[in-house]
Design a protein around this ligand. Structure first.
Ligand code: SAH
Ligand code: SF4
Length: 379
């Protein structure tokens, strides 16, 4: 290993695609096809150490380590378990800076994907360990978007995650839960810390790894954006077989309120976001989700619901609205909606013909719910 390589630590295999893994083997004087063995080991069998890759000879494993390689998958450093079964993980990146992000496992989901055209959404798993598990995945350490109601915003943007660090969260959780990919159903929500569309290449790189190498279906993945128009435009150009479903964090009934809550709206107002979304070619029965956080007194009134219904109709898009009661966080001066306000909001939307669903808050007691993700260990 060179002096610089020693300083940076070993290079991660995790995050490389099939072609790149083949190159690693060629550089080590091995045939290209051995790249598949590497891919199968780190993405299929979820092996976390080169020394444990049983399909490669001991000599070859040692050769790879000497050449400066490690699996380099982020690791679950701490686990917080909620009374509702949700687990929140502090995940530590393998790189030299040891940054941490949060990932959440919801064994019963939070109903976020209901009604958006997910394949087989009615065939709940009978007698299994869960019915509709969802993993909530982070895309950045912190976030630069500065939504006023969100705890992650308080961190500012620390750095982007690499494709391997994003996909690695998923593989680490699949490993911990012993999930049999292909047999057991798992949804992914790119709705953890960060704005995926401000880390576009790495986010989509992670999706490709998860689809091609890990074997997950993009139809069971949802990416949520605060409305980054250039990102949505690029997303519209992705192949349908490789594209997650799209959710837009609307969060307000009009531009005036939205600009207050989400300063990004001044740059890309609602209509600019919707124009970009119209460019996304939807699958049969697929709907675009509007995420809508209800803030007591600010966005949770029946008049707001009527405005949202009008707005939804005006877009001309097949949409559904996911309602989320605001989850409190320290230092954020909003209040939760009053008892019954979320249900009433939903009734107004449904009455106006707009499908609306309640996102169940999961893991509030362990600070795992939407907008509550922040590093537990500050450093
Ligand atoms: N940055 C992306 C994805 C992560 S945020 C985005 O904003 O879409 C995921 C969701 O959590 C968003 O819909 C956001 O509006 C919501 N959210 C943020 N803070 C929240 C809070 N305190 N309570 C409830 N939902 C919140
Ligand atoms: Fe960032 Fe999303 Fe939080 Fe806004 S809601 S600050 S975009 S993570």
């Amino acid at each position: 290993m060179s002096a610089r390589a020693a300083e940076l630590g070993p290079q991660a295999l995790f995050g490389l695609d099939g072609e790149e893994l083949a190159e690693v083997m060629v550089a080590a004087g091995e045939p290209r096809w051995r790249g598949r063995q590497l891919a199968e080991a780190i993405y299929g069998q979820r092996v976390a150490e080169i020394s444990s890759i049983s399909t490669l000879s001991k000599d070859l494993r040692e050769k790879l380590v000497k050449a400066g390689w490690a699996v380099g998958r982020p690791r679950i450093a701490q686990v917080f378990t909620s009374v509702d079964g949700t687990e929140r993980y502090l995940v530590e990146c393998a790189g030299a800076d040891r940054q941490t992000v949060e990932t959440v496992w919801m064994p019963e989901g939070d109903d976020g994907e209901t009604g958006d055209g997910s394949e087989g959404e009615k065939e709940d798993k009978d007698g299994g360990r869960w019915r509709r598990a969802t993993i909530c995945v982070s895309s950045q350490v912190g976030c630069a978007v500065n939504c006023q109601f969100c705890l992650t915003a308080k961190l500012g943007l620390q750095r982007n995650l690499s494709a391997g660090e994003i996909a690695g969260q998923v593989v680490s959780v699949l490993e911990r839960q012993g999930v049999e990919v292909g047999k057991e159903r798992v949804n992914l929500a790119f709705m953890g810390m960060g704005e995926p569309f401000l880390n576009y290449d790495n986010f989509m790189g992670a999706v490709r790894l998860l689809v091609k190498e890990v074997g997950l279906s993009p139809q069971r993945m949802t990416v949520s954006t605060s409305g980054i128009v250039p990102g949505i435009e690029r997303f519209a150009g992705e192949a349908t077989e490789m594209r997650p479903k799209l959710a837009i964090s609307l969060n307000a009934p009009n531009d005036e309120v939205r600009s207050e809550l989400m300063p990004i709206n001044r740059k890309w107002p609602i209509e600019a976001v919707m124009a970009a979304v119209r460019g996304v070619k939807l699958r049969a029965r697929e709907r675009v989700t509007f995420e809508y956080v209800l803030l007591g007194g600010v966005t949770d009134q029946p008049s707001h619901a009527r405005e949202v219904a009008r707005l939804a109709r005006r877009t001309g898009l097949p949409v559904k609205v996911n309602l989320i009661a605001w989850n409190p966080g320290p230092g954020i001066a909003y209040t939760m909606p009053e008892e019954g306000a979320v249900e009433a909001f939903k009734r107004v939307l449904m009455g106006e013909g707009i499908p609306a669903y309640l996102r169940r808050p999961r893991g509030r007691d362990i600070f795992a719910a939407c907008g509550q993700l922040k590093r537990t260990v500050e450093g």
